[in-house]
Design a protein around this ligand. Structure first.
Ligand code: AMP
Ligand code: MG
Length: 492
């Protein structure tokens, strides 16, 4: 079979040289396809059968540079755990180029783990199989859950070991994003006091992601407001799923508002707002409940870079920036209220709804209730006390019963049949999330035994997170005590 043709149209590589370093992927010993995302390939205008052929796998592994690609490593900086790194950049990722999909949307195709770049510092530019499988599963699960996210187009084995604490099989992930522009990309130029570059980048990001703001009175302010709004919405969705990103550094927050970088991320089992999994997050900076505050902190770093564009008068620009950043709390609260209201089956907004939902969260936390199952089982508890429903998930089931009595009174104010409400609650609350222990089982089977069947099975279940799938009911369950994952690690 011939190599797939990829309809590249590369706009980022046409930006000034200082935005990136041209670099080709480093070939690997023995590319072997693990998984291909057929539907996504079609959306991108790529023939999935050709992409799955040996010629396609050679492209996905970085052994062949496809026609019309302009491979580059993007430059960026970033605050990592609050400390500024002036030069990060793609240390183990190479952007092959962009395609405009069948849906008219421009997207990046990037290889992650494809060899060193000028930004690699002491890293090897490679990725181990485990983190690649994790990112494939979790990013695709997020997409199925309706959360804006980068996507996974393919995963391949390299046939070469990577050396972490032990030798591990190497792999490359083909990642697709509506762009890889990060807050840290703006910071890279702000640190260098390169206002022209910031303007070029902002204009590029506006044209690519927020074309509507170009006509605003102050397009750069409107651009910031639009980014803030998307990020507030994103974080509200994360919180509503018990998702902990784990490494919300400014280089890991996209301007598009898509979730990116599934390193030490995790979905919570029993609810604890202070929950952290990442082994490097020792002070809980990126705990579940801290994520809104951190998003706002990151956005403050973004608007700092835009100050020279906001107004020629520095004092005026500062004042504008303050007003803009102060909008985060109300914007986030509105988004979080929408998310939680939907989760508890409310369709009309009434004063007190957020407090009602928060009360449930407080009781879940005090009673170690499983986050996902509690919300999912609300569908069973609409009408009256039931023997099971969510109550058995609470250490003290009465904590749920008391809340549910108030909740049912609130539901009575809504025009809807019980059946309709049950459906709404089920559509807002997944049965299946990528639970840590399941991901670990998948990774162990693939890494230790070369067995990808568990990966395929979990992937298939997570493609339909809102369906019951009785044959896979065990995948809804929280971990047994000996299965609990206490720490996750960065993808490096
Ligand atoms: P991350 O924690 O994945 O967001 O990565 C932070 C920075 O480290 C980015 O600049 C990455 O490109 C870089 N990096 C991570 N892992 C490696 C690696 N194995 N080789 C080279 N650079 C890496
Ligand atoms: Mg990153």
């Amino acid at each position: 079979m011939s190599a797939p043709s990829i309809p590249f149209d590369n706009s980022y590589a046409r930006l000034p040289d200082k935005f990136f370093a041209p670099i080709t992927p480093t070939p690997v010993a023995a590319p072997r396809l693990i998984k291909i995302n057929t539907a996504l390939a079609r959306t991108l205008g790529i023939d999935p059968d050709k992409l799955a052929s040996p010629e396609g796998a050679a492209i996905l592994a970085g052994n062949t540079v496809p026609e019309n690609a302009t491979p580059i490593a993007q430059a960026y900086a970033g605050h990592q755990f609050g400390g500024l790194s002036p030069k990060l950049g793609d240390g183990r990722a190479i952007l092959l180029g962009e395609v405009i999909g069948q849906d008219g949307i421009r997207r990046d195709i990037q290889l992650k783990g494809s060899g060193p770049t000028p930004f690699s510092r002491r890293g090897d530019g490679r990725a181990a199989l485990g983190p690649v499988l994790r990112e494939y599963l979790v990013s695709e699960a997020m997409a199925a859950l309706g959360v804006p996210t980068t996507r996974s187009l393919a995963a391949v084995m390299t046939g070469e070991p990577v050396y972490r604490e032990t030798p591990l099989p190497g792999a490359v992930l083909a990642r697709v994003a509506s762009s890889h522009i990060r807050i840290g990309t703006f910071q890279y130029f702000a640190i260098r006091q390169d206002v022209d570059a910031i303007r070029t980048l902002a204009d590029y990001a506006i044209a690519r992601h927020y074309p509507d703001v170009a006509a605003a009175e102050n397009p750069y302010r409107a651009f910031f407001d639009a980014v803030l709004s998307r990020q507030a919405d994103l974080i509200a969705r994360w919180l509503g799923l018990g998702f902990i990103h784990g490494v919300m550094n400014t280089d890991n927050m996209t301007i598009s508002g898509e979730t990116i970088d599934y390193g030490p991320c995790a979905f919570m089992d029993s609810f604890n707002p202070a929950q952290v999994y990442s082994s490097i997050d020792q002070h809980g900076r990126y705990a579940w409940g801290n994520q809104p505050r951190i998003a706002q902190w990151n956005l403050a770093r973004l608007i700092e870079t835009l100050l020279p564009l906001l107004d020629p008068d520095e004092t005026v620009a500062q004042a504008q920036a303050q007003t803009a950043i102060d909008n985060f709390a109300p914007t986030f609260n509105a988004a979080f209220t929408r998310v939680l209201s939907k989760k508890i089956g409310l369709t009309i907004a009434i004063e007190g709804d957020l407090a009602l939902a928060q009360d449930l969260l407080d009781r879940m936390a005090a009673n170690s209730a499983d986050f996902t199952l509690t919300f999912r089982r609300l569908a069973e508890a609409i009408e009256a006390d039931v023997p099971d429903g969510p109550r058995s998930l609470f250490d003290d089931p009465k904590a749920f019963d008391d809340w549910a009595a108030t909740w049912r009174q609130r539901l009575a104010q809504e025009p809807m049949t019980a059946a309709q409400r049950r459906d709404l609650i089920r559509q807002a609350n997944p049965a299946f999330i990528p639970r840590n222990h399941r991901i670990e089982q998948v990774i162990a089977a693939a890494t230790v035994h070369g067995d990808f069947a568990p990966f395929e099975k979990l992937h298939a279940i997570l493609a339909h997170p809102f369906d019951d799938q009785p044959e896979s009911a065990a995948f809804m369950d929280p971990p047994q005590p000996d299965e609990i994952v206490h720490a996750t690690f960065c993808g490096t």
